[in-house]
Design a protein around this ligand. Structure first.
Ligand SMILES: Cc1ncc(C[n+]2csc(CCOP(=O)(O)OP(=O)(O)O)c2C)c(N)n1
Ligand SMILES: [Mg+2]
Length: 586
């Protein structure tokens, strides 16, 4: 690796910079706008693997999943205008999920900037509100500096996405410039005062409660966090789609404060006298539309730990705001000890056990009144998966009502066993699963997708086959955009429109790609089909798809479409109620 100056093309300078910053994989859909980079990647295959996708949204989603799994920026290369537009979803997800990601985009030559040249886009204007930083490189000499900064911005403080536009003449030109050093992540540490006050507030409380979430976690931070939780015997709920920070088998894990949470969990959070929010923003999905806590001053004593100082006090006023990266906070919290404890159980320990019992009871499908129609019970499928698969299996999903079953009935086995967009983006599951399998080939990777969700990225089965990603796709086919149909029945009962899908033969489609494809229509047939799918994926290193045929009536684990329609008609809905009502599942 070169740290001294010598003449290289812009593309070579850029790829050398990627190597210096530790990049081992890039996700890409080629364009002629960045051919010098592609050529430099061809010369760097000893250090960097290039995964070529079929759609830029998938490339960006794979890079996002890579960033989530590794804590290092996921790297994505796309072409200008159209490619950048397709990739935009990855920027949005990385932003909402606080994931380090760098999107490199080809750009028109500097001599024609501003003329609306072919496929020209003003990237600072396009991504300004979504990315942490957007930059256009104007000279090859500045590539080491600006790429180094891109890495620092992506990982430091609250992690997030960065966009780097690369005019084609900058990539093609030669320059003599020295390389930068590998990036160093910067995050705030909690102060000694913060930690002393936190301990004192904990000891003064009777019903403390942790909500854990946000970005920046790694395996060590999760272990440190667990030590803190155990030392004080604290109950822990996960923020929306952050269910893998504390192993769900742990006795202190008490549930998911996401969409449609267990009412008993909500009641316990409301009844707490001290909330410790460790990492999450406490956004709309975790707070039941900002109704879980009083705004702006929660009724409970409130400690908020977040990596971004501007997030603290933005929505909720904490009694103790702590500006710290979650890794830094967890490392400091891991060595805290109760001061006044006499060695016996904490005063709230019985409450933790009761909360855990509530969580386990809520994880038994069918424990909710009213049985669901259909021959294939998704609840039973989830129970089979959680009892069969190794604890370190990675579960991915996008958006749709099918995800309710996954989040409710699966027990995530700790850091990183969940890849799911808090942004609620459809189409995320398959690209995320492929990226995960390429990174963790020895682990089972299960992608959940609805029939709608799958069709936003199903073409990536080809990418999975090409690069040897033996993921198992569980496609939940109910023939509708179920989530939206559910809201439709609530708001406009009986007026079914624009939510019905005419679908292809999914197993045949999978087989056409070279993947495994099988349809499952009954609960009892699932176990053997899963065995066949896993065996195929393990033997061939290609994806295996199981299409689960679900009765559309079974719209949530506890509701039917007919039941929702009847309730809405009874309540007098029918175009009269406000269109933003009842947003509990998306
Ligand atoms: C990219 C994107 N487009 C649209 C939506 C709105 N949306 C949320 S869920 C959903 C339907 C999902 O359908 P499907 O994947 O079949 O799952 P189901 O709800 O039927 O289980 C839609 C259209 C979204 N969240 N993301
Ligand atoms: Mg569907």
């Amino acid at each position: 690796m070169q740290h001294s100056a010598f003449i290289r093309s812009g593309g070579e300078i850029l790829v050398d910079a990627l190597k210096i910053h530790g990049v081992d994989t890039v996700y890409c859909l080629p364009g002629e706008s960045f051919l010098p980079v592609i050529d430099a990647l061809a010369g760097a295959t000893d250090a960097i693997r290039t995964i070529v996708t079929r759609h830029e949204a998938a490339a960006a989603n794979m890079a996002e999943a890579h960033g989530k799994l590794t804590g290092r920026p996921g790297i994505c290369f796309v072409t200008r205008g159209p490619g950048a537009s397709h990739a935009a979803i990855g920027i949005h997800t990385a932003s909402q999920d606080s994931t380090p990601l760098i999107l490199f985009i080809g750009q028109v030559g500097t001599s024609m900037r501003g003329r609306e040249a072919w496929q020209e886009v003003d990237y600072p204007a396009m991504f300004g509100g979504m990315a942490k930083w957007v930059v256009e490189v104007d000279r090859p000499e500045r590539l080491p500096e600006l790429i180094s900064r891109a890495f620092h911005v992506a990982v430091s403080g609250r992690p997030g996405p960065v966009v780097v536009a690369l005019p084609e003449d900058v990539l093609g030109a030669s320059a003599e410039v020295a390389d930068a050093q590998p990036y160093k992540r910067v995050a705030a540490h909690p102060g000694a005062d913060d930690l002393a006050r936190l301990t004192a507030m904990l000891e003064a409380s009777e019903r403390p409660f942790i909500i854990v979430g946000g970005g920046g976690w790694d395996a060590k931070a999760c272990r440190d966090f667990q030590r803190f939780v155990e030392a004080f015997d604290l109950p822990v709920a996960a923020a929306f789609r952050r269910q893998d920070i504390l192993d769900n088998h742990h006795p202190n894990y008490v549930g998911h404060a996401g969409l449609g949470p267990n009412p008993k969990l909500v009641a316990r959070i409301r009844a707490a006298d001290l909330i410790l929010a460790i990492g999450p923003r406490l956004g709309e999905t975790t707070t039941a539309g900002y109704t879980l806590f009083e705004l702006p001053r929660p009724a409970q004593r409130f400690i908020h730990v977040h990596a971004d100082p501007l997030e603290l006090g933005r929505v909720y006023q904490a009694d103790l705001p702590i500006n710290a990266g979650v890794r830094e906070f967890a490392a400091a919290a891991a060595v805290l000890k109760p001061q006044t404890s006499t060695g016996g159980p904490a005063p709230w320990s019985a409450g933790v056990k009761a909360a855990r019992a509530d969580y386990l009871a809520d994880q038994i499908p069918g424990s909710i009144p009213g049985s669901l129609p259909g021959r294939l019970d998704l609840g039973a499928v989830m129970v089979h998966l959680r009892e069969t698969l190794p604890k370190d299996a990675i579960f991915t999903n996008g958006a749709g009502n099918y995800a309710i079953w996954v989040h409710k009935f699966h027990r995530y086995g700790g850091f990183r066993t969940q890849l799911a967009p808090t942004s609620g983006a459809m189409g995320y599951g398959l690209p995320a699963a492929i990226a995960a399998k390429l990174l963790e080939p020895a682990r089972d990777v299960i992608c959940f997708a609805g029939d709608g969700c799958f069709q936003m990225s199903g073409q990536e089965l080809a990418t999975g086959c090409q690069y040897g990603a033996g993921v198992v796709v569980i496609l939940v086919n109910n023939g509708i955009y179920g989530s939206i149909r559910m809201h439709q029945e609530r708001e406009y009962p009986g007026r079914v429109f624009a939510t019905t899908l005419e679908n292809p033969d999914f197993p045949a489609l999978a087989r056409a790609y070279g993947a495994f494809g099988e349809r499952v229509e009954e609960t009892d047939a699932f176990a053997d089909a899963l065995n066949r799918a896993r065996a195929f994926a393990a033997q061939t290193n290609k994806p295996a798809l199981l299409e689960l045929v679900i009765d559309p009536e079974a719209i949530t684990p506890s509701a039917t479409l007919t039941g929702l329609r009847a309730a809405a008609l009874k309540a007098g809905a029918g175009g009269k109620s406000p269109p933003d009502g009842g947003k509990d599942h998306r």
